[in-house]
Design a protein around this ligand. Structure first.
Ligand code: ZN
Length: 400
């Protein structure tokens, strides 16, 4: 059977989990000290490792060779059968698939039976917020008086949709979006293990695209690896992503700055390749936010951006050419237009509006004229002018 990259390289023990240090150390400590809760609520964005960590908890609870630090051995029959999903004491329920009615009924019938082979029966209920009211009620009854040999791990992307009565009976453990550099590092390791050669910039592009989800990142990586190319470049990744990634937009920034014809042809090409208005605006927003951070805080700001070295160099260079009010204008435009794009505003119309922003902007024409008259106008003057304008027009310049 073909296993996806994500499954093949899924962390099997606590120490392999990426970027969830707080959750991992808390759970390890509790299990090692024999003080585990009988119900946990894992909440956090998709693909950040909730069900992976739930399985590791199940292993740690049932592994006979668990270390003093709470780490399961990953080698015994308990650990192996839990990893492969064949352990009868670890029951995974998908709250989203049929809203859990049959499973919760079954759970109620079997919950009082003792575990088959391990110390604990572990119920992992994924997407728990999707359960129906009757299923929640049944679950609540079992959570009120759980048998001592049962541990519940409820996982959700939307904890506020889980009834308060359920939440209050669980130990709530929040998970975080995985930072881009951590995703890049993990993808680098996985591609090395797979014997694939992937350019660093390509890894960054995929990591950013996956928006904090390691699962999404690895599924992109899988597409890149299975393309069969000896080396996967940034260009190949652009092909997979269908255009509109960070690097595509970066290429057009100098044209945006000069208001040249390439703004139109470049954006049109991206739209033809299937870029949606929403993705375009999000990408534009993040790019200009980064330039603004560089303008406002210089090198210190640049170092705090989750970017590759090459991208940092790009932002550093661009920040020398942009003035603060212009950057605010782009950010305000993106944040004001994004909700309309989500409601179906067509990409072509957004493109037209963007052209107005970069080509017809009075700030730009003003800047271009004196630049011709006085080519030695230094940066300090431009920046000082930018700041002065910002103070004058404060009500308009505020970000939304
Ligand atoms: Zn074990």
């Amino acid at each position: 059977m073909h296993l996806s990259l994500y499954r093949r390289h899924r962390p099997g023990v606590f120490s392999e989990v990426v970027a969830q240090d707080a959750a991992v150390s808390l759970l390890r400590r509790e299990i090692a000290g024999g003080k585990n809760s009988h119900a946990y609520l894992f909440s956090g964005p998709r693909g950040c490792g909730k069900t992976t960590l739930a399985r590791i908890v199940a292993k740690a609870l049932n592994c006979p060779n668990r270390s003093e630090e709470g780490e399961p051995c990953a080698k015994c029959s308990q650990c192996i059968s839990i990893a492969s999903g064949d352990n009868l004491d670890v029951i995974e329920i998908d709250g989203a698939s049929n809203r859990g009615i049959d499973e919760i009924r079954e759970l109620k019938e079997h919950i009082s039976l003792s575990p088959f082979s391990g110390m604990y029966k572990v119920y992992i209920i994924d997407e728990v917020h999707m359960l129906t009211d009757p299923a929640f009620n049944a679950l609540l009854k079992t959570l009120e008086e759980p048998p001592r040999t049962v541990v519940f791990i409820l996982a959700t992307t939307e904890p506020h949709k889980v009834p308060a009565t359920i939440r209050s009976r669980c130990q709530h453990i929040p998970f975080h979006r995985i930072p881009v550099p951590a995703i890049v590092e993990c993808m680098g390791k996985v591609s090395a293990l797979e014997g694939a050669v992937i350019e660093q910039e390509a890894l960054w592009e995929m990591a950013r695209e996956s928006d904090g989800s390691l699962r999404d990142a690895l599924s992109l990586l899988e597409q890149a690896v299975t393309s069969g190319l000896p080396t996967v470049s940034l260009k190949d990744i652009r092909g997979i992503l269908g255009g509109g990634g960070r690097s595509d937009l970066e290429r057009l920034v100098p044209a945006m700055r000069n208001g040249s014809a390439e703004v139109f042809s470049g954006f049109s090409e991206l739209l033809q390749r299937g870029l949606t208005a929403e993705r375009f605006l999000e990408g534009l927003f993040l790019l200009f936010r980064d330039i603004l951070v560089a303008v406002l805080w210089g090198e210190e700001g640049i170092r705090s951006l989750p970017l590759s070295e090459e991208e940092r160099a790009f932002i550093r260079e661009e920040s020398r050419h942009w003035r603060e009010p212009e950057l605010w204008k782009v950010l305000n435009f993106c944040s004001a237009t994004l909700p309309r794009a989500r409601y179906g505003l067509k990409a072509e119309i957004v493109l037209g509006m963007v052209l107005g922003l970069f080509v017809l902007s009075p700030a730009k024409t003003e800047e271009r004229v004196p630049a011709k008259v006085a080519p030695d106008l230094n940066e300090e003057v431009i920046f000082a002018k930018g700041r002065a304008q910002k103070t004058e027009q404060k009500p308009e310049q505020k970000p939304e």
